[in-house]
Design a protein around this ligand. Sequence first.
Ligand code: ATP
Length: 428
Amino acid sequence: MGAFASRFRTRSRTRASARGRLADVVDWFRRRAGKDEAPGSANSGPAGGLEAETAGELVDRTPKPEEPADGFSEAGIREALRDVRDPEIGRDLISLNMIRNVDIEGSGVTVGVALTTAGCPMKHRITTDIRDRLMMIEGIESVEIDFGVMTDDDRQNLMTSLHGGPSELAPAFRDESKTRIIAVVSGKGGVGKSTVAVNLAAALDRAGKSVEILDADVHGSSIPVMLGSTEKPNVVGGVIFPIESETGLKFISMGNFVNEGQAIIWRAPIVNKALTQLMRDVYWDEPDFIIVDMPPGTGDVALTVAQMIPKAEALVVTTPQADAARVAVKAGKMAVQAHLKVAGVVENMGHAVCPCCGEEMKIFGGDGGNQVAEELGSTVMSRIPILPDATGEPGNALFDEDSAPARAFDEIAASLSATKVRRRIKVL
Ligand SMILES: Nc1ncnc2c1ncn2[C@@H]1O[C@H](COP(=O)(O)OP(=O)(O)OP(=O)(O)O)[C@@H](O)[C@H]1O
């Protein structure tokens, strides 16, 4: 699988960072113009900004930022710093209360920045972003950054303002959030549930959706290895930040909290507690989709997810064989009993596509996809072909975007994106 995975990675990363940059620029202009205020920002201004006139063409209608005629001021600098975001949290440094003193001496400016932790890995990026923004102001010739660290109280206030109270679910999981939660379920292991979870996330990303992954498969946690990022997540003031993998996909996994290779023997209440913690203490930035890789079967974790996130939708994965389909039906029925909607069924590894002529070759017997869809009153969203040269090597789980499996995932992403967000139905 090496070739396709590495090609995906390079392209995806380039595209994601280019898109990120463009989005940042557009966002910057919008916020300057007061059209689309960033959360927590007090910025406002006249209408204008960048608009897409024709495909791919952006026209700058933004009035120039107002600077005092006789030079720059502390107020102007603070206003400009609303355009600089903390790279991890994604919000501006002013509303995060990270900017302390602004001292002006001649054409030089010193900005005091309080970091969330002393060893903040984003220090260098914040320095560059502040410098780049302030050097755009006429009259400023040098910018020094004086780093300090937030007090415990500051940090706690910041995290509460970002995240709500300690007992609440992260905003993305709440009913009123736009984020759709797709729980990928299967009746048994080995049918490709995690492969579906990561490749669906990649397909949604290709389709321009923001997406994060929650690996809830505590006993068979494989997402960190599949995405090639086994480092520990950053934790600030009790809030856990998702890991951004090489592919650009952000995820958090139960596997992040144990040492690699260590077997986990957790009883159900502990597993549920850990999962609840991930839904509460992780800084999920309200993306369009969170893909949850569920443990196989019909266990407690599925019930916990169903009870805590009634808006979650189940995507049921099966292979064509009857035994896999039979237990996939059970997993799907459990989701239905817990009042989750079944978004659809995915049949994995039922056929291969000949790389030369494109002809489909059936590999296994059975009609699992249709069988499961019929019993659940749902539809087969896609049939993912098996890729015969897939090695399952660590870090190589993503199919190349030109491959037959990736195109099948694009179909799922398109039909998921086309369906409306489900609102909570009160069960009396
Ligand atoms: N369409 C496919 N083509 C080729 N290989 C695949 C495909 N889907 C899955 N695989 C391979 O099958 C194996 C099992 O996949 P995966 O780990 O995703 O299954 P799973 O259902 O999540 O299993 P578990 O629940 O035990 O973790 C992996 O080696 C994966 O690379």
